[in-house]
Design a protein around this ligand. Structure first.
Ligand code: KIV
Length: 283
């Protein structure tokens, strides 16, 4: 890793971090900018552009090659949560509660959420679920734990729902999703992620729920947007419909690694400027 002084990963500005309360107050005003982050240098790069950084359980798929988020545990989330908090100066850091860490009882949820906040420095947790999780959200929120909800397509329920297809593409699927979002907001969530739903449903949820609705694959009608950073940077070959690729990172990496390999093989790298000289030598 190079350590050019002007470009250190951890920025020296004092922390003036966004809070869940501020994000809640952004309902209906400027769109809320959110991305996922799992490691310090990426968090430091994203921080100045984002209102919220999510340490998503998507870490299991993006960094560890898992085929779903179900195998991610609390310790993994804490490790990545700490790393992201080291890089974030102003964005609110939210950590996903992984599958199995909150569904059993509200006390189990509190215990794990408290650990995840106290051991990382993050400002909120996210959990998936609608009406069935409302009492848990209320229990956490009333005990000082800011909660970001997550309804619509819920990746931790992939087996129950039978895949990652978009929800709410026919009107008869709308009501349970609207009720889920309302229940979580009413229970005290400061905002709700709405994933993978048709645009008219996203518009209705955003109009009818009085906390910010953060969309992913849920159209431009929401109060804010979130994407998996590595998806929007173009790291992977597969590209879901709702992702816009802002660069082709995968191709850029391959090109750079190809150039490195070629230069090592023909001894063009390391060159003079990368080579230490004896003390007292001219350069
Ligand atoms: O885990 C994750 O990255 C998420 C976002 C995609 C919302 O839950």
């Amino acid at each position: 890793m190079s350590t050019t002084p002007k470009d250190t990963a951890i920025d020296a500005r004092p922390k003036r971090q966004q809070t869940a309360k501020n994000i809640r107050a952004m309902k209906g005003s400027t769109p809320i900018v959110c991305l996922t982050a799992y490691i310090t240098p990426m968090a430091a790069r994203l921080d100045k552009h984002c209102d919220l950084l999510l340490v998503g359980d998507s870490v299991g798929m993006v960094l560890y090659g898992m085929d779903s988020t179900l195998g991610v545990d609390v310790d993994t989330m804490i490790r990545h949560g700490r790393a992201v908090c080291r890089g974030a100066k102003q964005a609110l850091v939210v950590i996903d509660m992984p599958f199995g860490s909150y569904e059993e009882t509200k006390e189990q949820a509190f215990r794990n959420a408290a650990r995840m906040l106290s051991e990382t420095g993050a400002g909120a947790v996210k959990l998936e679920g609608g009406i069935e999780m409302a009492e848990t959200v209320r229990f956490l929120a009333h005990r000082g734990i800011p909660v970001l909800g997550h309804v619509g397509l819920m990746p931790q329920s992939v087996h129950a729902h039978g895949g990652y297809g978009a929800r709410g593409r026919s009107v008869d699927e709308w009501q349970p999703i609207i009720e889920d979002a309302k229940a979580i907001a009413e229970a005290g969530a400061f905002a709700v992620v709405l994933e993978g739903v048709a645009e008219p449903l996203a518009r209705k949820v955003t109009e009818e729920v009085d906390v910010p609705i953060i969309g992913i694959g849920a159209s431009n009608a929401c109060d804010g947007q979130i994407l998996v950073t590595e998806d929007m940077l173009g790291l992977f070959a597969i590209n879901p419909k709702f992702v816009k690729r802002y660069m082709e990172l995968g191709a850029a990496i391959e090109e750079a690694i190809g150039a490195y390999a070629g230069e090592v093989r023909c001894r063009a790298f390391p060159a003079e400027e990368h080579t230490y000289k004896m003390r007292g030598a001219n350069s």
